[in-house]
Design a protein around this ligand. Structure first.
Ligand code: PGA
Length: 261
């Protein structure tokens, strides 16, 4: 079997509707000149720009998926300010980032709320991108593996192994996010391999895509994407400009667009 690489942009709290449309238009121009096989391509705008990005991609016929950066696990109710999986699905969104470290740090998300959201995503046919990763303190005190393993195990609570092919994980060491410090490719590959082993404990880990995230950029993406256990990238800063995002996509094309296992 083969896993198709996934190159995903996490725009965080950047871009208006007009800027999102402009980005898709420019990215599409780059993509029309690229040689297939392309990886799967995803952008995750803020909620307010989801519709604009979806419309731009569909008008242009651009091979770009649109995903959300978070969601509530419940379907509806008195939860001021929240967006439900039903609402996302209704718009035509097909991916959702779950448990990003910024959500865990600033909005009190926990391994247990992540697990509830994974179930909600699967119920509504949204592909969850489940983020895990250690802090600098945890890395320096030798807790990386235990911490990541625990996050993966709780995220998977009561998830059927038959649903594993619908999951995506992202290994994002917190100390590498937005800092310019990338995890060494060999070490990133090792931790992604560890996540795969945890998945193999209960199901078939080979069917799950595992991304690396944390200061991925054109200067380091080729080396990271060549690694056996790294099936793509979750990219923040370098996904905000069509040129740098496309460079990373080009590196995924260079590695063949898929990983054979
Ligand atoms: P970064 O962000 O690429 O800017 O480090 C990655 C992320 O937060 O997903």
């Amino acid at each position: 079997m083969a896993r198709r690489l996934l190159i995903a942009g996490n725009w965080k709290m950047y871009k208006t509707v007009g800027e999102a449309r402009q980005f898709i238009t420019e990215l599409h121009r780059h993509l029309t000149g690229a040689n297939p096989p392309l990886p799967e391509i995803l952008v995750c705008p803020p909620f307010t720009a989801l519709q604009g990005a979806l419309q731009a991609a569909s008008e242009l016929g651009a091979p770009v998926h649109v995903g959300a950066q978070t969601m509530e696990s419940r379907e509806e109710g008195a939860y001021t300010g929240e967006i439900s999986p039903v609402m996302l699905k209704d718009m035509g969104v097909d991916f959702v980032i779950i448990g990003h470290s910024e959500r865990r740090e600033y909005y009190n998300e926990t391994d247990h709320s992540v697990n509830a959201k994974v179930h909600a995503a699967l119920k509504h046919q949204l592909t969850p991108i489940i983020c895990v990763g250690e802090s600098l303190e945890q890395r320096e005190s030798g807790q990386t593996d235990a911490h990541v393993e625990q996050q993966v195990r709780v995220a998977l609570n009561d998830v059927s192994p038959s649903d594993y092919p619908k999951l995506v994980f992202a290994y994002e060491p917190i100390w590498a996010i937005g800092t310019g410090k990338t995890c060494e490719a060999a070490e990133a590959d090792r931790v992604c391999g560890l996540i795969r082993n945890v998945l193999n404990d209960t199901g078939n880990g080979d069917t799950v895509r595992i991304l690396y995230g944390g200061s991925m950029k054109p200067e380091n993406s080729l080396e990271l994407l060549k690694k056996t256990h790294i099936d793509g990238g979750l990219i923040g800063g370098a996904s905000l400009k069509p040129d740098s995002f496309f460079e990373i996509i080009r590196h995924a094309v260079e590695t063949g667009g898929t990983v054979s296992v």
